[in-house]
Design a protein around this ligand. Structure first.
Ligand SMILES: NC(=O)c1ccc[n+]([C@@H]2O[C@H](COP(=O)([O-])OP(=O)(O)OC[C@H]3O[C@@H](n4cnc5c(N)ncnc54)[C@H](OP(=O)(O)O)[C@@H]3O)[C@@H](O)[C@H]2O)c1
Length: 363
């Protein structure tokens, strides 16, 4: 048996790679035809469809809300910072959302997830898309942690914060043949130093949703978005804890983060979800690292050892140091106008979009 497996080890990978190389042009052609058909002849009409977006108070979640708003969907915006949600809800309404419901909730608490899903169904009668964008980043070396209580917090938000809303919304998504949109990361197959717990949670997330995809079959679709660095609060070095308060450590601001425009990526995610894509990748060339990881892991190891040498680099210490909090420069945001949108920390009612105006940009 060992001999048999040894033979397969030797033959199957190169044979598969050669087959893939021949099949690649045909696969690309089929995918392109599908893309053209789905984009121009079969796009999902989101008008009056009900979309719940968690983590809608900043970054990608906020921009995703605007994209659905332009498609005239009914939005349910969820995060802990209600004041931010109000301004974003107002912007979404101005961009075209038919109704906007604001619900302050913590996605790591199952009962709160049940509350915002039930509230959505009570008011709108259905759920069509669930977009999970709540997240918490970190950039500390694992062995620098002095307070292990932060470990489960990171896993809670990045993993369970997706699983609970999914669990509660799934029966409603089955009824509407709806869709779940997952915000994962290239960290799943391209782990970087200082992000061990975040990467672990994202890898778990992908395996969870790939398995769920098999279980829900054709009744609920799943779009998994994997992205590299995008300019958001997270890449700006903000790390959000319990009350949604922003923590920014001086060292984190020194992390050199660059990336594509968050608006552009949000547009890609929502277009992909409405088209029925199973995956949205940005940038998609990162996929090649998966191949290296399987066939030549040492190449990645050497590259990262070279790129992330810690010699002479000051180490970060996020936890247990008592360092002062520092605020970063304000991000360019749409106008946070006082809202007439509905708010539910306790009670709620939706608002209807009046005449549409152009939202303003401001620093
Ligand atoms: N930015 C990137 O470069 C990048 C790269 C790869 C993957 N991603 C993924 O993309 C998604 C969005 O990231 P982002 O950069 O837009 O993050 P972000 O700007 O930091 O936003 C995170 C959002 O999650 C919410 N949130 C955090 N904890 C929560 C909780 N317990 N309950 C409810 N809401 C909570 C925050 O709102 P409150 O504080 O108001 O609750 C905030 O709206 C995440 O899944 C992230 O992992 C981002």
């Amino acid at each position: 048996m060992d001999l048999f497996n040894a033979f397969l080890d030797f033959v199957v990978p190169p044979a598969s790679l050669v087959m893939l190389a021949f099949a690649w042009p045909t696969l690309c052609f089929v995918n392109t035809c599908e893309w053209i058909y789905d984009t121009y002849f079969n796009p999902s009409d989101m008008e009056d469809k009900v979309v719940i977006i968690t983590g809608a108070s900043s970054g990608i979640g906020e921009q995703i809300a605007y994209e659905y708003a332009k498609r005239r969907a009914k939005l349910v915006l969820v995060a802990r910072r209600e004041s931010r949600l109000r301004g974003i809800g107002e912007n979404a309404r101005l961009l075209g959302a038919n109704h906007v419901l604001i619900i302050a909730a913590d996605v790591v608490k199952e009962e709160e997830c049940r509350r915002f899903v039930n509230e959505t169904v009570r008011i709108y009668g259905r759920v069509d898309h669930l977009v999970n964008a709540a997240s918490l980043g970190h950039t500390f070396y694992f062995e620098e942690a002095t307070d292990t209580s932060v470990f489960p917090i990171l896993l809670d938000i990045n993993f369970w914060g997706n699983v609970y809303p999914t669990y509660v919304a799934l029966p409603h998504l089955r009824r509407s043949n709806g869709r779940i949109v997952v915000n994962a990361s290239v960290e799943n197959w391209l782990p970087l130093p200082r992000m061990s717990l975040y990467s672990a949670a994202k890898a778990a997330l992908i395996n969870f949703y790939e398995t769920l995809r098999l279980e829900v079959k054709d009744e609920v679709d799943i779009t998994i978005a994997t992205h590299g660095w995008i300019g958001t609060e997270m890449t700006g070095g903000k790390f959000l804890l319990e009350e949604g308060a922003e923590m920014q450590w001086k060292e984190e601001r020194e992390v050199n983060a660059s990336g594509g425009a968050v608006e552009e990526f949000a547009r890609m995610i929502v277009s992909g979800a409405c088209r029925g894509d199973s995956y949205v990748k940005y940038p998609s060339w990162y996929d090649i690292f998966l191949l290296y990881r399987v066939f030549a892991p040492n190449v990645l190891k050497w590259t990262f050892s070279f790129l992330f040498t810690t010699k002479g680099v000051r180490r970060t210490s996020l936890m247990g140091t008592g360092r002062p909090l520092l605020e970063g420069p304000p991000q360019k945001k749409l106008l946070m106008a006082p809202s007439t949108s509905a708010t539910t920390s306790g009670t709620s009612s939706p608002t209807t979009s009046p005449s549409r105006k152009q939202p303003m940009k401001m620093e």
